[in-house]
Design a protein around this ligand. Structure first.
Ligand code: ADP
Ligand code: MG
Length: 296
């Protein structure tokens, strides 16, 4: 059974269709990245999964249940962190973490204490004095200290500094090692790249790509840098080669996945002093995907 299975999900707000026939499968035990530009429909999808919004049409199975009609049972086995956490202003961070933990019932106290140390949260302050980053920490500590099957994160690290971001990444890796499932919507593509087994890209309410990073990388280009005293014959004429620059015996260019083999053969006649190949980053992939679609 998949942790999440969404088929042909649509959501209309009045005459505006925020989701159009969305299909999304999150396998049990995977960390699934959910990326897309602002307004693409990530939060709408997640809110429907949480039973906070009702779908217009389509079918959804969440941990084997229906997020709308089985919400109470399902919520015992999942946690959620949004990107803009609001808290009870008069309670301290510590009081809120404990309250949320009791509410959920699956908080592990040892884990709670460990996370408070890791995220260096001052528990004694009223939450009205917290920065956005500190409010995120409260929600993350409360969620990550619960032992559940499914973790839903909707841009959870917005406002966290890079150090805290890397602690979040450690926590997700640990969740994954326990066989738990994570759906992570994120703006931070390096975060998705570091953590996710598979990725779905959503744009204007439609899923435009799903796959492992490896699969998605086939769609884009590898950047090659090499130094040589020779000139590379015909480089500019090779199919699938782009953005060639040459400076002080140093070549740099990008190659389509399907052309790599061919280009390497062509390079075999050249005396190369140094060579590096960088795989496309998720960011390249995302932007390229976006450009291609916009260009059409
Ligand atoms: P994302 O999380 O990917 O940035 P959202 O899911 O929040 O995108 O929004 C998708 C689209 O649906 C946006 O155009 C947004 O303005 C619209 N939308 C979201 N919630 C509502 C709502 N309650 N009423 C009307 N439109 C909404
Ligand atoms: Mg959103």
């Amino acid at each position: 059974m998949n942790a999440i299975e969404i088929q042909n999900l649509t959501k209309a707000f009045g005459s505006f269709k925020a989701l159009k026939e969305v299909n999304l499968t999150v396998k049990k035990g995977e960390v699934h990245g959910f990326i897309g530009p602002n307004g693409a429909g990530k939060s709408t999808t997640i809110r429907i999964l949480l039973g906070l919004l009702q779908k217009s049409s389509g079918t959804i199975s969440l941990l084997g249940g229906d997020p709308w009609s089985d919400a109470i049972n399902l919520h015992a086995n999942l946690v959620y962190v949004p990107g803009d956490v609001s808290l009870w202003p008069d309670l301290t961070g510590g009081e809120i973490i404990d309250f949320l933990g009791r509410l959920h019932g699956k908080q592990d106290l040892r884990k709670r204490n460990e996370l408070i140390k890791k995220f260096q949260l001052d528990l004694q302050k009223k939450s009205s004095t917290y920065s956005k980053g500190n409010r995120q920490k409260v929600a993350l500590i409360a969620a990550l200290s619960c032992d559940v099957d499914l973790y839903l994160f909707d841009e959870p690290t917005s406002g966290l500094d890079p150090l805290m971001e890397s602690i979040f990444q450690e926590c997700v890796a640990e969740i994954k090692s326990k066989g738990k499932t994570v759906l992570l919507s994120s703006h931070i593509l390096s975060e998705v790249e570091a953590l996710c087994d598979r990725v779905s890209i959503i744009r204007e309410g439609k899923i435009v790509e799903t796959g492992t990073l490896q699969e998605l990388r086939h769609l884009t280009r590898t950047t090659i840098s090499l130094s040589t005293q020779d000139t590379i014959p015909n480089l500019a004429k090779l199919a699938g080669v782009y953005d060639i620059s040459y400076n002080n015996h140093q070549y740099r260019f990008s190659v389509e996945g399907s052309a790599i083999n061919h280009v390497i053969k062509e390079l075999s006649s050249v005396n190369i002093q140094s060579f590096t190949a960088e795989p496309p980053s998720l960011e390249d992939l995302f932007i390229r995907h976006y450009d291609v679609k916009v260009g059409k």
